[in-house]
Design a protein around this ligand. Structure first.
Ligand code: GLY
Length: 284
């Protein structure tokens, strides 16, 4: 228990309107602090990731939980995953509605342990059995999202490194605007939008179809395994995605030494990272 903790959160990648950029950065800062408090008190990377993600899911500015974007039918269908780098335990949910905090449900799936991934009505049924509170879909839909839905899309994510040296990663999203009902993006797919192992933890954001095709989170870990530092691994992964698909994305990561990296080829990706002696950095 002698490692120096570290945490990074992102609030989605894309072209973010100027008027919401500052509040988004502030939301990222507060979310990172939520997770940091857990780590600073000796808590686990998993708990830190869950707390930070819940904070961002509850902030209507972000496309996850409350504030999720809408599919072609005007409905909310959310995806989320959380992964423990030490055990490779992972829980994921997809196409869920009526759940205020999908990351909490993903954690329950992980802890239950029978399955890795639950979707749609089956995930809702599991949530009821697990005592995860339901909400009406209307409470997840915010006015700002109705107004900005054509412009704002994104995802939220967090990677944390705790005092024991454990890494965890989590990602949550409302997906992409105007998606077909039933479309599942990268966020909940282990290895694609979310991955953690003893080498590193990663959360991705951006074009989900391209992220799936390039297995982007695991690709970033492969670059770490190949000797790249965290910043270089992030940059090479996004370059690989761009070269192979021409798409836009970003990712955050932490390596086995608690070193942080992030990169995007999008216009913006609000992030906040905290490491060392409470050093807080925000960037976009
Ligand atoms: N990256 C989020 C999504 O495509 O669903």
């Amino acid at each position: 228990m002698n490692h120096s903790p570290a945490i990074i959160v992102h609030g989605g990648a894309g072209s973010i309107p100027e008027d919401i950029l500052a509040p988004m950065l502030e939301g990222c800062r507060k979310a990172a602090l939520e997770g940091w408090r857990v780590l600073d008190a000796g808590g686990s990377a998993l708990d830190a990731v869950e707390q930070a993600a819940i904070f961002l899911e509850d902030d209507p500015l972000f496309n996850a939980g409350t504030g999720s974007t809408l599919n072609l039918l005007g409905e909310i269908e959310m995806d989320a995953a959380i992964m423990d780098g030490h055990t490779l335990a992972v829980g994921a949910v997809a196409a869920v509605s009526r759940i205020k905090n999908p990351i909490r449900l993903a954690r329950k799936v992980m802890e239950d342990g029978r399955h890795v991934f639950l979707a749609a009505d089956g995930a809702l049924r599991f949530a009821r059995e697990a005592g995860i509170p339901e909400c009406s879909p209307e409470t997840l839909l915010v006015e700002a999202r109705k107004k900005h839905w054509e412009k704002t899309h994104g995802t939220i994510g967090c990677v944390a490194f705790d005092r024991s040296g454990a890494i965890a990663a989590g990602t949550s999203t409302g997906g992409i605007f105007d998606k077909l009902p039933g479309r599942i993006g990268d966020s909940a797919l282990p290895g694609c939008g979310t991955y953690a192992c003893e080498t590193g933890g990663v959360s991705c954001t951006g074009n989900g179809e391209a992220i799936i095709r390039t297995v982007l989170a695991k690709t970033a870990v492969e670059f770490l395994l190949g000797g790249s530092g965290p910043g270089e691994a992030a940059r090479k992964s996004v370059a690989f995605l761009e070269k192979k698909t021409g798409a836009k994305a970003g990712l955050i990561l932490i390596d086995r030494e608690g070193r942080i990296g992030y990169y995007r080829n999008t216009e913006r990706m609000p992030v906040c990272l905290i490491s060392g002696h409470n050093e807080i950095v925000t960037d976009c």
